[in-house]
Design a protein. Structure first.
Length: 356
């Protein structure tokens, strides 16, 4: 396994940039995810790491080796794409063996490695099946086996679960994470599915419009977003615009445009200037941070919408004209109804300030 370092990478297509000024340091063995909306530059970055595109500016290193202009077949990478790109007329074993044959390994060595990898992806009995006789999930595992069998330094995965239905996606992501840990291979994963990114990654890079918006662990990205884009893109949130009313060393008091008064703790995501009395600031409150009953940052609202999901009860509550999305864990108690009055509060640490 190798580390991957991108230094000041920019890729231009004509005058437009695909990505700009990327600096990333991926550790050996890390599961690192590129996450962002369509067109933000995830695939462009992955293709540069694979060698299908060369950067317009900047350098790419695998450990200390500069690979910026190296051809893809010289990079020792394994890849799985959205469409798997398997050979449909060939068997599972022939597909898995492909990369080993290109590398001209002996027949015995190929058999040994194919058998071992097929077992690891739990397709023991399927060696002689044709690809078009397999389910989507099984095909996905063949694609993974074909990428892993060459024992790559780096594994690149571009939306590899997007062809699977929801249930299978969940099962397969657990399986993929298990295999990645077992093989210990440095893995770069591209997705626009935040749940997948959160569940699988050691660290996530959130991108927007060709730029990096934040790099961090799933907890950092979710609990301590650095800007409004990350706070809104990852998970659901109530984003409130407010004016700072009072600042002390440990607390900031604000008032929203609707007249809602809230107290929170200063965060690094808002600058000192934005934390000054009179300035405009944004507040992110996660739906699960609103608690039923009176307490700090107490509010009284009217229920506008009720949704029961089994695990949770999601109320939309109107407080002074601001519609708060809330998410309460279902503990079996009676549901409230539309039009009911509801008292909620928010712990100070969950009133999260973001810059303008
Ligand atoms: P998606 O999730 O839809 O695959 P993405 O985040 O992978 O999106 P990219 O495919 O990397 O996004 O594209 C980034 C930007 O670069 C987009 O604006 C896209 O239109 C542009 N782009 C990508 N490839 C090319 C190309 N070969 N020629 C011109 N522009 C391109």
């Amino acid at each position: 396994m190798k580390g991957v370092r991108l230094e000041n990478i920019t890729k231009k297509f004509g005058k437009a940039h695909g990505v700009a000024n990327l600096n990333i340091d991926i550790m050996p063995g890390e599961f690192f995810t590129f996450l962002g909306p369509s067109g933000c530059g995830k695939t462009t970055t992955l293709r540069m790491i694979a060698g299908f595109y060369f950067p317009t500016e900047g350098e790419i290193y695998f450990d200390d080796r500069n690979v910026s202009t190296l051809q893809p077949n010289k990079r020792e990478i394994g890849m799985v794409f959205q469409n798997y790109a398997l050979f449909p007329h060939m068997t599972v074993d022939e597909n898995i063996a492909f990369g080993l044959q290109v590398r001209k390994l002996s027949k015995e060595k190929i058999k040994e490695k194919v058998d071992r990898t097929r077992t690891m992806v739990r397709l023991e009995k399927y060696g002689s099946r044709k690809i078009n006789e397999l389910s989507g999930g099984q095909q996905q595992r063949v694609a993974l086996a074909r990428a892993l069998v060459i024992e790559p330094d780096i594994l690149l995965l571009d939306e590899p679960l997007s062809n699977l239905d929801a249930k299978l996606r969940e099962e397969t992501r657990v399986e993929m994470k298990r295999l990645q840990t077992e093989f210990g291979v440095t893995t770069i994963y591209v997705t626009h599915d935040q749940t997948e990114a959160m569940a699988m990654s050691d660290r996530i890079m959130v991108m927007d419009n060709g730029y990096v918006k934040q790099i961090g662990t799933p907890q950092e990205i979710y609990n301590r977003p650095e800007n409004r884009f990350v706070a809104s893109f990852i998970g659901d949130t109530n984003m409130i615009k407010a004016t700072v009313k009072n600042v002390t060393e440990s607390e900031v008091e604000v008032e929203s445009e609707e007249g809602i008064r809230l107290v929170g703790m200063p965060t690094n995501a808002a600058s000192n200037a934005e934390m000054k009395k009179g300035s405009t600031i944004y507040i992110s409150i996660r739906p699960e941070s609103l608690c039923i009953g009176a307490g700090t940052n107490g509010m009284i609202g009217t229920i506008k919408f009720v949704e029961f999901t089994g695990v949770s009860i999601n109320y939309v509550i109107d407080v002074n004209g601001f519609l708060f999305n809330t998410m309460m864990i279902n503990n079996g108690s009676e549901l409230l109804s539309i039009g009911d009055t509801m008292s909620v509060h928010v712990p100070i640490r969950n009133v999260y300030f973001l810059g303008e």
